[in-house]
Design a protein around this ligand. Structure first.
Ligand code: NI
Length: 196
C-alpha cells in the first residue's frame, strides 16, 4: 500500500472521461483500491475517485452511512460509515428533486461550495470481487456518490454550482454558518409574526 499524489484542479486527468474497468477482480485493481483507501484516510477525505490519483479508470471509494440500505448486523458503531469500493458505476436519479449542500474536494483544496444534487439516487456497479452493488439511497449518501462519480466524467463540483457566490474558502466557513443562523432566526421571527 502507498499514499498516492492527489491531482488538483487544472490537471488534465481530472477533465477527461475515465475508462471502464475490464476485469474488476484483477490484482492491480485491488492494489489500486488499497492505495486509494490509504490515500483517502491520510487526506482525511470521505471519498476518492481513481482519476484523482492520476488513474483514468472508473472506480470510486467512499464512506457513507448504511441507514438507507441493509445494515450489517455485525457492524458496531464505528462502522456506521462503511467503506464502499464501487467499480463501473451507473447512476439513476429517482426523482427531479434537488438538494443544495456544502461540498469540498481533495482536488480543490481549501474551498467549499454549495452544490445542487439529486436527492434520491439509485446506483449500481460491481465491487472488487465482481459482485453486483445495487443501492437506492438519499441525502448525504446520494450526494457523495454523485460527487465521486462526476470525477469519472471529468466534472468537478464547481461545474455543478448554480451560484458561485457560494464558492468560498474553507477558512471563511464560519461566515456562512453565521449567515445561515441569522436567516434561521429571521425565519423564526417572520413565523412568529404570522402567528400573531
Ligand atoms: Ni472530489
Amino acid at each position: 500500500m502507498a499514499i498516492l499524489k492527489i491531482a488538483r484542479m487544472g490537471h488534465p486527468v481530472l477533465r477527461r472521461r475515465a475508462e471502464e474497468i475490464i476485469d474488476p477482480t484483477a490484482p492491480e485493481i485491488r492494489a489500486l483500491a488499497g492505495d486509494m483507501i490509504e490515500t483517502m484516510f491520510d487526506a482525511l477525505g470521505v471519498g476518492l475517485a481513481a482519476p484523482q490519483v492520476h488513474v483514468p479508470l472508473r472506480m470510486v471509494i467512499f464512506r457513507a452511512p448504511v441507514s438507507e440500505f441493509e445494515a450489517d448486523a455485525e457492524a458496531d458503531e464505528d462502522d456506521e460509515k462503511p467503506l464502499t469500493v464501487l467499480i463501473n458505476p451507473v447512476l439513476e436519479p429517482q426523482s427531479d428533486e434537488m438538494l443544495e449542500d456544502w461540498e469540498g474536494c481533495l482536488s480543490v483544496p481549501g474551498l467549499r461550495g454549495q452544490v445542487p444534487r439529486y436527492a434520491h439516487l439509485r446506483y449500481h456497479g460491481v465491487d472488487l470481487t465482481g459482485a453486483p452493488i445495487d443501492r437506492t439511497v438519499e441525502g448525504y449518501h446520494a450526494r457523495i456518490v454523485q460527487h465521486e462519480c462526476d470525477h469519472l466524467d471529468g466534472i468537478l463540483y464547481p461545474q455543478r454550482m448554480t451560484d458561485l457566490t457560494k464558492l468560498i474558502f474553507d477558512s471563511e466557513m464560519r461566515h456562512a454558518i453565521a449567515e445561515k443562523r441569522a436567516r434561521e432566526m429571521t425565519g423564526q421571527a417572520e413565523q412568529a409574526e404570522v402567528e400573531t
